[in-house]
Ligand binder design. Structure first.
Ligand code: NAD
Length: 358
């Protein structure tokens, strides 16, 4: 019974465990919500310490996908898969083909895409055993790397945040502190530098750091100091849980807006940001560009870059509406975002065949 209680805590529709001893596949697929459409979300391969850790991860990640897709107005629900294992040592074609067979067995209720430990090339292998896969390379007719649309959405969202504080919607002359110069952080740094922002950057990869310093004139900061740099905007583009009981009191910015998923370690950390008067753009609202990109591959006409960019340009409006309502309700925007999604899902649920309210 405790397993059911665990699952019911987040309101999941189903959690399925897959095992394929021949390929050593051990996988959990969590379908959180399909009211808006089939559950879409990445497959993460990670050397989890145990089943409990893997289950907790897949439950949290799949729920977040429901919120991200619903807020972006996409016809998809939230789901996620986790494969227990080390992708560097244990991932091979046999395992990926077994992932495809497992996903196929769910009959389209869950559509798999890449995540940590999985690549575009892996999606092409998985596509040999299921059609419920997305996020393949452009050369395979897929949507390719989602990080540029993600960065464009974050950059536009930062300007919305500035406007919200009564300023011009430009980063010219503003100071940004970017944590992580990976695929998204690097794009974001380039966009901001091109518009005349002053940049502070950090990364544990010294080559990435050096490139931003020499090519963009950015100031390099130690990883443990980036969150407390004096700046207009702190942009977390590396890890989850970066807004926590240690960092929030030390922040020296007016806005937090970045691409990282699950930035708040706990909800109380979001409340603490609000109490400090720091405007926080909820992660799943501002970083939806990647999901919009990958979802486009599933649309009837196939991937369409122009349509993706048009939808990414909606992110600032979504954020504006959210901030407006948060102001009216005098509530933290991250809590209002959750409520907006939950209202949307409840409304859509009422329209389902067999719903008690019909
Ligand atoms: P990435 O792996 O390419 O980049 C992450 C970067 O962060 C790396 O350069 C890494 O060295 C650096 N890093 C790790 N730990 C750090 C630390 N302690 N301090 C400073 N830097 C550190 O990942 P990405 O695709 O750029 O994604 C960045 C974040 O945005 C992730 O949280 C990801 O889940 C999220 N996200 C990405 C996309 C996308 O389209 N790629 C979409 C939505 C959300």
């Amino acid at each position: 019974m405790s397993l059911f209680r665990h699952i019911e805590r987040f309101g999941h529709e189903s959690v399925t465990f897959f095992s394929d001893p021949a390929s050593r596949l051990r996988m959990i697929v969590a379908v959180h919500n399909t009211v808006m459409g089939p559950a879409l979300g990445g497959c993460r391969m990670w050397p989890y310490a145990g089943l409990d850790e893997a289950l907790e991860d897949v439950l949290r990640l799949s729920r977040a996908m429901t919120y991200k897709a619903a807020m972006a107005g996409l016809p998809f629900g939230g789901g996620k898969a986790v494969v227990l294992g080390d992708s560097k040592r244990e991932k091979d074609d046999a395992l990926l083909l077994a992932v495809g067979r497992a996903v196929g067995g769910l009959g389209g209720r869950y559509i798999v895409t890449e995540d940590v430990g999985m690549t575009e090339a892996d999606m092409a292998v998985i596509a040999r055993t299921t059609r419920w896969v997305t996020g393949r390379a452009l050369s395979d007719g897929g949507s390719g790397d989602p990080s540029e649309p993600t960065a464009l959405g974050v950059f536009a969202g930062i300007k919305t945040c500035l406007e919200q504080l009564g300023e011009e919607p430009t980063v010219r002359g503003r100071t940004l502190a970017i944590q992580g110069l990976g695929k998204v952080g690097n794009h974001l740094a380039r966009l901001a530098a091109a518009e005349g922002a002053k940049l502070f950057v950090s990364d544990i990869d010294s080559a990435r750091l050096e490139r931003a310093v020499t090519e963009l004139g950015a100031h390099s900061v130690m990883p443990n100091a980036i969150a407390s740099v004096s700046c207009d905007v702190f942009a977390p583009c590396a890890l989850g849980g970066v807004l926590n009981e240690k960092t929030v009191p030390a922040l020296n910015c007016r806005i937090v807006a970045g691409s990282a998923n699950n930035q708040l370690a706990e909800e109380v950390d979001g409340d603490a940001l609000f109490s400090r008067g720091i405007l926080y753009a909820p992660d799943y609202v501002i970083n939806a560009g990647g999901l919009i990109n990958v979802a486009s591959e599933q649309s009837p006409g196939g991937y369409d870059r122009e349509r993706v960019l048009a939808k990414v340009r909606d992110i600032p409006q979504t954020l504006s509406r959210l901030f407006q309502r948060a102001r009216t309700e005098a509530a933290p925007p991250f809590r209002v975002a959750d409520r907006m999604v939950e209202e949307r899902l409840a409304e859509a649920k009422k329209q389902e065949p067999g719903s008690s309210s019909q």
